[in-house]
Design a protein around this ligand. Sequence first.
Ligand code: FES
Ligand code: FES
Length: 425
Amino acid sequence: MKKDYEFRPKILGFLCNWCCYAGADLCGISRYQYPPNMKVIRLMCSGRIDPQFIFKSFLNGMDGVFIGGCWPGECHYITEGNYLAISMIQVCKKLMALIGLNPERLRLEWVSASEGVRYAEVITDLDDTLKGLGPLGKGEDIDPETLKFRIETVMSLLPYIKLVERERMRVPLETEAAYHEYFASSEFEQMFQELIADKLAVCQIMALIREKPRSSAELSNLLGLPSSEISRHVNIAARQGMCRFDESKNLIAAAYHQDADESVAEAAAEVKPAALGNKKIDQIIDTYKGNPGALIHVLMEVQSENQWLPKEILTLISEKLDVPLGRVMQIASFYKTFRLTPKGRYEIHVCNGTSCHLRGSERLIASVQEMIGIRPGEMDADSKFSLETGNCLGCCTLGPEMIIDGAHHGRISPDKAQALLKNCA
Ligand code: FES
Ligand code: FES
């Protein structure tokens, strides 16, 4: 009779030599039963665990990773390596959640040399948990290609993540409970979001547009992120000069293609902003040729002609005005007034000046955001809307004030704004 296939999770264990490994040894000598499907690597201390080991294990098809160390306060090294392990494992778990993997696939436990029974218990429990979760990827409903892509982008960012974890996130706490409290705090959450999650999203976007130019809707689909998030991350990448746009085809391409094959570089070269070859813009730049002091003025004039500042135009300005490109990028990315990404077909500007604020502009902004699904400074996936907020538009008595594609609308309520936006074809 055909037997039903039983899923046996593949587990890789990293055990500290002095406690957990000795506990595992005792467990075996004492003939305690535990699942045999864990391969073991012996480390001198759980503090030696590197996120590279963890993500490489998942990349190589492990369903779970186990780290076993000495009990807190009993690490055999003055560095108290097991506290370092807590910190690193927490960051790895957050990274796993970010790429859609269940963090329960990674477990850190303390087992002393005399706790053979405990070793058998924790491994059995981990095995049961993994059986419940199913095979890596399948259990999370992620196809193998996507899974590989996600893990690889995390791995490419690991040197940076390790540095950030060591320099910014690690805190000298005395107890394990204090560590758990810190890692569950909003302070840590915010730091993780700003320093790691955003960077990872930019990294993923760059990896995708290095393969071929893509639209923001495509990126949003592939990464499972809302279009407003894609727009925010693309903004960050553009401010660092990492990507280029073709607003007419709604495509984004990577600015650099080292080591890419020819066809990829050719496809990226096709992505050009409409401003290239615009005679009026050439004229503006030529007027100030060789005059570095006119940089801000030129940027403003070009932006008023083109609505945004493409990297190619900034390069041209740098050459013609004889200002280093780094300085041009510094100025263009410092002032909020300059845009380094294209605008949507409908540019919405909601005033948030004092007078409009007192008349309810906050509610108006929230309602507009909800309707078009983007936040200030962003553009939606179809390049239809871009949203900006700012100070006084000069019609304070008519507040709250909103501009849609150059047309002023005063005394506007959230309902009225929604009706106007629905009319935008
Ligand atoms: S020596 Fe065991 S955790 Fe450090
Ligand atoms: S404060 Fe809004 S128009 Fe002046």
